[in-house]
Design a protein around this ligand. Structure first.
Ligand SMILES: Nc1nc2c(ncn2[C@@H]2O[C@H](COP(=O)(O)OP(=O)(O)O)[C@@H](O)[C@H]2O)c(=O)[nH]1
Ligand SMILES: [Mg+2]
Ligand SMILES: [Zn+2]
Length: 339
């Protein structure tokens, strides 16, 4: 029995249909663990081998006759982070996300540098960020916390809500459309919020350990589910680190104020680290730009450049390695011919 509505509940529409040929079997990746994916096709959920393909939740894929992943369709957005692994550069977090929620918990001082980092990541991905200040019921000084968050939002919507009291949830739902992903640190209330949106207990919530703010990492697999009011939701695990991965354009957008000020610097390649004639430093001295924000900008920019260099170095090493393998094979061939 083919449930023709099933794929549509997972976001299938005309623009997705256009990604497939008439004979291809379309499916959406809802979860990935160790080389195997859980996908939803028109006739239901199945396990599919990924083979050489690196997929993530949200990907639209074509299945082969065995029900394994044959092809990944072009992504309209891709959220990824740098990894500390020596083997790979980036970890894919979610694909084809329209709106990415950044969960900022208010039961502690808002981590503004973290918000800036997530903003850069999401702008770079091609998704629309929305900042959700979670656990509003637990805020010590709600209006001060929100003012701080607004100071780094650069016009991105900021909503405060509480999954505990239900405050702000309807306002958030108003704002959501299409594919939504929830990002943010562990213990930020992402899964609790996801459950509130789903109106049912589907995703694992983790209790925060006494005495600190780090949650247990129980949500290991990213998971995509249909939302009851239309659209889809991807809950992501709390990440210990979200390294920027090739996020130059995302950084420029996140720090549009600094980029604008920088046009007034004497040197076009000014790093705003004490160079003469630096308009950014002048703004800091005049209390027009918080020192914290400039430091965050410089830190994230350096990190991004470092990752880019590291990636170039690895690509170079891979090329050298493959040239070596090839020349070894060639030498072996010549040896055989010569004898
Ligand atoms: N006071 C309060 N606590 C919340 C709220 N939302 C989540 N929590 C608690 O925060 C902890 C972490 O929540 P969870 O959703 O697992 O966070 P995640 O790691 O971001 O998915 C749990 O103990 C929740 O009960 C809220 O709106 N108010
Ligand atoms: Mg969670
Ligand atoms: Zn400067």
């Amino acid at each position: 029995m083919v449930d023709s509505d099933l794929l549509h509940r997972y976001g299938f529409d005309d623009s997705v249909a256009a990604l497939f040929t008439a004979t291809e079997r379309a499916a959406r990746v809802v979860r990935v663990d160790r080389g195997e994916s859980t996908v939803v096709a028109a006739d239901g959920e199945l396990r599919a081998r990924s083979g050489q393909h690196v997929v993530c939740a949200g990907d639209w894929v074509a299945l082969d006759e065995n029900g394994d992943i044959d092809r990944i369709t072009e992504r309209r957005s891709l959220i990824q982070r740098a990894t500390v692994s020596a083997r790979s550069d980036a970890q894919l977090l979610a694909a084809n996300v329209d709106t990415a929620l950044i969960a900022v918990p208010l039961d502690r001082d808002p981590a503004l540098g973290g918000v800036e980092r997530y903003l850069a990541l999401i702008w770079e991905a091609g998704s629309q960020p929305v900042i959700v200040a979670t656990k509003a019921d637990a805020a010590e000084d709600l209006s001060s916390a929100l003012a701080q968050i607004h100071s780094v939002a650069m016009g991105v919507p900021v909503l405060s809500l509480s999954a505990a009291t239900g405050a702000g949830i309807d306002e958030l739902i108003e704002l959501l459309s299409g594919a939504v992903a929830v990002l943010g640190p562990s213990g930020a209330g992402k899964s609790t919020l996801a459950n509130a949106l789903l109106g049912r207990n589907h995703l694992a919530t983790n209790a925060v350990r006494d005495g600190d703010h780090r949650g247990r990492h129980t949500t290991v697999a990213r998971e995509l589910v249909p939302l009851p009011f239309g659209g889809t939701l991807i809950d992501t695990p709390g990440l210990r680190s979200v390294g920027l991965w090739d996020a130059g354009a995302g950084l420029e957008q996140t720090f549009a104020d600094i980029e604008e000020l920088a046009r007034g610097c004497r040197f076009s390649d000014c790093a705003h680290g004490g160079e003469p004639g630096c308009a950014v430093q002048r703004a800091v001295d005049a209390d027009e730009l918080p020192e914290r924000r400039l430091e965050s900008y410089r830190k994230l920019t350096r990190e991004n450049e470092w990752m880019a260099d590291r990636s170039d170095a690895r690509k170079q090493a891979e090329r050298t390695r493959s040239v070596k393998v090839q020349s070894r094979a060639l030498r072996a061939m010549y040896r055989e011919r010569g004898h």
